[in-house]
Every structure is written in structure tokens, then in C-alpha cells.
Write a protein that binds this ligand. Structure first.
Ligand SMILES: C[S@@+](CC[C@H](N)C(=O)[O-])C[C@H]1O[C@@H](n2cnc3c(N)ncnc32)[C@H](O)[C@@H]1O
Length: 272
């Protein structure tokens, strides 16, 4: 997994960081709404990627608090550090490490993660280490995806593309959905030593593009979009993209194209 985030996927995320952060901003809003960070707190952002949520957390815990972003991806951390420097955020830092094997640089009052916990090869081990990095009574707040079939940002473009596909693509098999089942999440976190595990289902509108062409380009470049387009024969690819643009046009408004996302905001506590 580390290699993937240092090669193709990491470079892709790094290159598209600003746009992706605009799209995922409503997810961050839900995460921070639940996290209720306070000045003076020490926060760890696990799988922080390009650092947008780490830098937001740093602002919320100032003065007196710190935000540490931890990620295994060198290209994404390059973006995070450049953003930190250009924003002059003095109370944030970034650690290049694998959350599964690296002792966490704690202790922390809170651990946050926006879609950074579902790619662990051994999530039980990584989440146990996360619990160990929290002070007693400390909290974990993470955003994970609900299943693909209840996510219009996937079903709207996906159904249009898959009308042209020659092979089936089951998005449920993708790693990003490994923490979509509440029972799985609850079992994982309880096994990792967390208590009072709670999943709140939240639906947020994602601004996927400034117009239909921009939205189509963004969605075709996501992991699910690329997997579905790869199932379409070359000769039919343009027709699939045209159908996708037609489907997206129904969701276009004066502020661009918005599609709903269904996520879980998960909270859990290290017992006192
Ligand atoms: C879907 S991205 C989310 C990035 C960021 N949280 C965001 O919202 O933009 C998943 C992130 O988890 C990181 N990641 C995956 N496995 C990891 C591990 N074992 N240790 C640390 N980071 C990891 C990846 O490098 C990637 O940055």
C-alpha cells in the first residue's frame, strides 16, 4: 500500500490537490463539526495526504495547540509542507511514516482522519496504535464512505459509463469502501481498544465541478471513474463520456455541478 501512495496514486492526488480539497471540503466540515477541536489541543491527522485538514486543525487549536499530519506518501507530504510554508502555519508539522509500523508521535487529545484509515493493510493493528497514541479519554473522529450504491457522486456518472461496459465493475471491492459497513467499523474500533463507538450517517453535496466539462474530467479521473472507464472498449469510450456528461448536466446549477455523497462520521474514545 505504501508503494501505491508513493507512486501513481500519490502523484495523482498531489497534482490535483487543490481541486480535490475543494470537492471534499464539505466532508471536512462534517468531520470538524464532530471533532469540536479546542485551542490548546494536540491533534494528529492520520493519512493526512496533502495536509488540508491538518492545516485547518492547526487553526482551530491555536493558540497553544498543535496539529501533526502523518502520512506514508512522500509526494502528498511535499504538497502539505509547501502549503504549510505558504500559509505560515507555525503550529503544524508533518511526519512521513507508516501508521501501521511507526510509533505515533503522541500523546494526542484527538485523532482525526478524512478517508485516511481505510487503506491500511492491517487496520486492526494501525487503529490499535492510534488508540495508544491518545491520552485517556482522547477521541478519534474519522470520515469513511458509505457503500457506493448510496453515493450519487458515484452512481450518477457510474450508471452512464457502465451502460457501455463490456465487463462488470464492483466498486464495493475497492479499498476505499472497506470501512463502509457499520458493524465492521464498530468491531474494528472496539477490538483496537476504543469505547463509545458511534457512526453518524451524513449526506453532503460535493461540488464536483465548476461546469459539466470540469465535473466530467474530475469524475473520470477518480479511482472509481478510471476503473469503470477501463471496462469500456476503446471504440465506445467517447459515447460513455458523452452519456456521463448528459447525466451530470441534470445536476448542474449556477454554482457548478453538485452531487451528493453519503459518508459516516465515526467517533470513538480511548477509555479513561
Ligand atoms: C484517500 S487519501 C486521503 C488523504 C487526506 N486525508 C484527504 O482527505 O485529502 C488516503 C491517505 O492515506 C494515506 N495512507 C494510506 N496508508 C497509510 C499508512 N499505512 N500510514 C499512513 N498513511 C497512509 C495515503 O498515503 C493517503 O494520503
Amino acid at each position: 500500500m505504501a508503494q501505491i501512495w508513493n507512486d501513481d496514486d500519490g502523484e495523482r492526488w498531489a497534482a490535483d490537490a487543490d481541486r480535490r480539497d475543494r470537492v471534499l471540503a464539505p466532508v471536512g466540515d462534517s468531520l470538524f463539526g464532530a471533532a469540536r477541536l479546542r485551542p490548546g489541543e494536540r491533534v494528529l491527522d492520520v493519512g493526512c495526504g496533502c495536509g488540508a485538514t491538518t492545516l485547518l486543525a492547526a487553526g482551530q487549536v491555536a493558540p497553544g495547540g498543535t496539529a501533526t499530519g502523518l502520512d506514508v506518501s512522500a509526494p502528498m507530504l511535499r504538497v502539505a509542507r509547501a502549503r504549510q510554508e505558504s500559509g505560515g502555519v507555525a503550529n503544524a508539522s508533518f511526519v512521513h511514516a507508516d501508521a501501521e509500523t511507526h510509533p505515533l508521535p503522541g500523546p494526542f487529545d484527538a485523532v482525526i482522519s478524512r478517508f485516511g484509515t481505510m487503506f491500511f493493510a492491517d487496520p486492526a493493528r494501525a487503529l490499535a496504535a492510534t488508540a495508544g497514541g491518545l491520552v485517556p479519554g482522547g477521541r478519534l473522529i474519522m470520515a469513511t464512505w458509505q457503500p457506493p450504491d448510496v453515493n450519487p457522486w458515484l452512481t450518477v456518472p457510474g450508471e452512464a459509463i457502465m451502460r457501455h461496459a463490456v465487463t462488470a465493475v464492483d466498486l464495493r471491492d475497492r479499498r476505499m469502501f472497506t470501512q463502509s459497513d457499520p458493524e465492521v467499523v464498530e468491531r474494528l474500533l472496539t477490538g483496537a481498544g476504543f469505547a463509545r463507538v458511534r457512526l453518524d450517517g451524513v449526506r453532503v453535496p460535493l461540488p464536483v465541478g465548476t461546469d459539466v466539462a470540469d465535473a466530467a474530467e474530475y469524475l473520470a479521473g477518480t479511482g472509481p471513474g478510471r476503473a469503470q472507464l477501463a471496462a469500456v472498449a476503446d471504440a465506445d469510450r467517447e459515447a460513455a463520456l458523452r452519456d456521463m456528461r448528459t447525466a451530470l448536466a441534470e445536476h448542474a446549477g449556477p454554482d457548478g455541478v453538485r452531487l451528493e455523497a453519503a459518508i459516516w462520521i465515526v467517533t470513538a474514545f480511548r477509555p479513561d
